[in-house]
Design a protein around this ligand. Structure first.
Ligand SMILES: Nc1ncnc2c1ncn2[C@@H]1O[C@@H]2COP(=O)(O)O[C@H]2[C@H]1O
Length: 221
């Protein structure tokens, strides 16, 4: 039969376990705090007398992690970027300097599509670069499907790089979260800052490599 102390011991270790599986330093720190608090209760009731040395260690671990959580939250607030933008940075733009990414995000517009939308049509000049932050899109050429795009894919980066007309038609599915930039704003940033320009090339290269890898798998399969 479990005693109250046993239950808190198990709760504590379950929290540590879950916290270790979830990605992200904030989740890990939170699990350390919650786990240490549950462990502290365990040490109060596990023996006839509270185990003061272990309780003191739990208190110290809780305090240090609370301090680190505060630093992470302060850093996030100072960064001036929304949690969505920060997630985008971690996922796709980490090759870019944080300040340059912020400059890019200033010219970006976020939108959740209420219906399917053709954002780029083959051979028709477009004034925008898109990023599918979340959702799916179909790429067609002369009406034939050639690829499917998932979260984290750029749309229109090829024509932005070549200066030519778009190579395909892209229809984004309803419910998708789309980020868009006026190409003129991106070009202006590229011309004003060589490092930003190089970093953007690195980001696009990664995207195009992923597309080629995906295409290769489709061709092979
Ligand atoms: N084979 C492909 N796989 C994935 N995406 C593609 C493929 N061909 C074209 N695209 C995307 O469709 C877009 C059409 O406009 P762009 O040529 O500017 O940029 C293109 C890419 O973003």
């Amino acid at each position: 039969m479990f005693t109250l102390a046993d239950i808190f011991g198990h709760i504590s270790n379950t929290i540590y376990l879950v916290g270790s599986v979830i990605k992200g330093s904030l989740a890990l720190r939170l699990s350390w705090v919650l786990g240490a608090v549950a462990e502290l209760v365990y040490y109060v009731y596990a023996a006839p007398e509270p185990l003061w040395t272990s309780i003191a260690w739990c208190g110290l671990i809780t305090g240090l992690n609370l301090y680190q959580i505060m630093l992470i939250l302060l850093q996030r607030r100072k960064s001036g970027l929304s949690p969505q933008e920060q997630a985008l940075y971690q996922q796709l733009f980490h090759a870019m300097d944080w300040g340059n990414f912020k400059k890019m995000m200033k010219t970006a517009t976020w939108e959740v599509l209420s219906e399917d939308r053709i954002v780029i049509a083959e051979n028709e000049r477009t004034d925008y670069l898109f990023l599918l932050a979340n959702g799916a899109a179909d790429v067609t050429l002369s009406g034939k499907p050639i690829a499917q795009l998932g979260s984290g894919s750029f749309i229109g980066e090829m024509s932005l790089l070549t200066g030519q007309v778009p190579t395909a038609t892209v229809e984004v599915e309803r419910g998708a979260t789309l980020v868009s930039w006026p190409k003129a704003a991106i070009n202006k940033l590229q011309q004003a800052d060589e490092s930003l320009n190089n970093e953007l090339y690195a980001v696009f290269s990664r995207d195009i490599i992923e597309k080629i890898k995906h295409q290769n798998l489709q061709l092979a399969g």
